[in-house]
Design a protein around this ligand. Structure first.
Ligand code: 4FV
Length: 221
């Protein structure tokens, strides 16, 4: 079972997305346990401040190191083998390979920043920094949720047959997915490609691979 811990100032952010579909089923099946730790619970000053003004001036606020490091230590105390990952635009890109690696862990802790970011001295307390992409979110929570979703669906037993991760096959080779079609055969004058109606599975596989390669060249070339 994967023990996922999320360090965040907004634990309520995760309630709804984890309450439906594949994540819900995986949690109910005991494939994964998700605990949200509220970083504000580790604030010790009477105003429970989690942020402060940036040294050197500039706009916005920065997350204070003390409550974040205390939360990390609490997560490690709960699970000594947990891998602590800070979600930040400065991190290494998140990939399917990374999702597969995390799906093989027993413990994963996702640290979510807010405001302009987290005090840099926290970085020494995490195992890695991970970015969802070169754009700026209002918080690390949407990024953490995407990572969690990509990992949970790879847990053995998380997907039913119809949803098998085998479909990700081309993802293994870094190829984009092939185009998918379902009934009706003709939709507003658009026909399903003939080869898909042929029943010739070797021919269909060849066509799908060609489509995946062409798309990858065009869109990731
Ligand atoms: C982000 C990303 C991201 C930056 C400032 C949260 C925000 C705020 N995280 N991949 N892109 N984080 O934009 O992971 O603290």
């Amino acid at each position: 079972m994967l023990h996922a811990q999320i360090l965040t100032l907004f634990p309520e952010f995760f309630a709804s997305p984890l309450s439906c579909s594949i994540p819900r089923r995986a949690i109910d099946a005991g494939l994964v346990r998700v605990d949200c730790l509220n970083i504000r619970d580790f604030c010790t000053d009477k105003h429970r401040r989690a942020d402060d003004v940036p040294y050197g001036g500039g706009p916005g606020m920065v997350m204070k190191p003390e409550p974040v490091v205390a939360a990390i230590r609490d997560a490690r105390a709960r699970d000594a083998d947990t891998r602590v990952v800070l979600l930040s635009p400065a991190g290494r890109p998140f990939t399917q390979d990374k999702a597969r690696a995390y799906a093989g862990l027993s413990g994963l802790t996702l640290l979510c920043g807010r405001y302009e970011g987290i005090d840099e001295r926290v970085v020494a307390h995490v195992d890695e920094e991970l970015s969802l992409g070169d754009y700026v979110l209002s918080g690390g929570e949407p990024a953490a949720l995407s990572v969690l979703d990509a990992v949970i669906r790879l847990l053995p037993g998380a997907l039913g047959d119809a949803e098998s991760a085998a479909q990700d096959s081309f993802a293994d080779e870094g190829l984009l997915d092939w185009p998918h079609y379902t009934r009706p055969e003709v939709f507003e004058g658009q026909r399903v490609p003939e080869v898909l109606l042929s029943g010739n599975h070797a021919e269909i596989d060849r066509w799908r691979r060609a489509q995946a390669q062409e798309r990858t060249k065009k869109r990731r070339g």
